[in-house]
Design a protein around this ligand. Structure first.
Ligand code: SF4
Length: 148
């Protein structure tokens, strides 16, 4: 079982502010189930980061969002491929496997823009035995919308 937790808005804002155009990429399987990086969470984080950047004086940074079914499988990444051109960075909300697979696929020079898109992990992952009572309690509280 894979459970993840997204980075804070402050951390994400710092990552994103270094770029001009960033794509937040969600994953529609494990991190959707644990409410950390599915379509809904990507939408919420994207809006929060855009608002935060505006308030911090970086209104020109473009933050877009998308979600694919599984970031760890090439067949699903094919659907993302046409969308990544022109982005400076892809912020993956998937687990480490998804981040790694996206990096292997897309971390290559963008010849049109003369840049190298970066794949950044936007979530921390807790895998198998690393899952603790506190992390599960936090997850449950977040899913219920209450503080633990
Ligand atoms: S990339 Fe990670 S979170 Fe997404 S489906 Fe694969 S194992 Fe699950």
């Amino acid at each position: 079982m894979i459970v993840a937790s997204p980075k804070s808005i402050t951390e994400l804002k710092k990552i994103v502010a270094r770029h001009e155009k960033v794509l937040f990429a969600g994953c529609g399987t494990c991190v959707t189930v644990c409410l950390a990086g599915g379509e809904r969470e990507v939408g919420i984080l994207g809006s929060a980061v855009r608002m935060s950047l505006k308030l911090a004086g970086h209104p020109d940074v473009v933050v877009d969002e998308c979600t694919i079914e599984r970031q760890c499988e090439d067949a699903f990444i094919d659907a993302l491929a046409p969308r990544v051109a022109g982005y400076d960075a892809i912020c993956s909300l998937a687990c480490g496997a998804g981040v790694q697979t996206l990096a292997e696929r897309f971390h290559m020079p963008d010849r049109q823009r003369g840049r190298t898109p970066t794949v950044v992990a936007a979530a921390g992952t807790l895998v198998g035995s690393e899952i603790t009572f506190d992390s599960l309690a936090d997850l449950l509280a977040r899913s219920l919308g209450t503080a633990w």
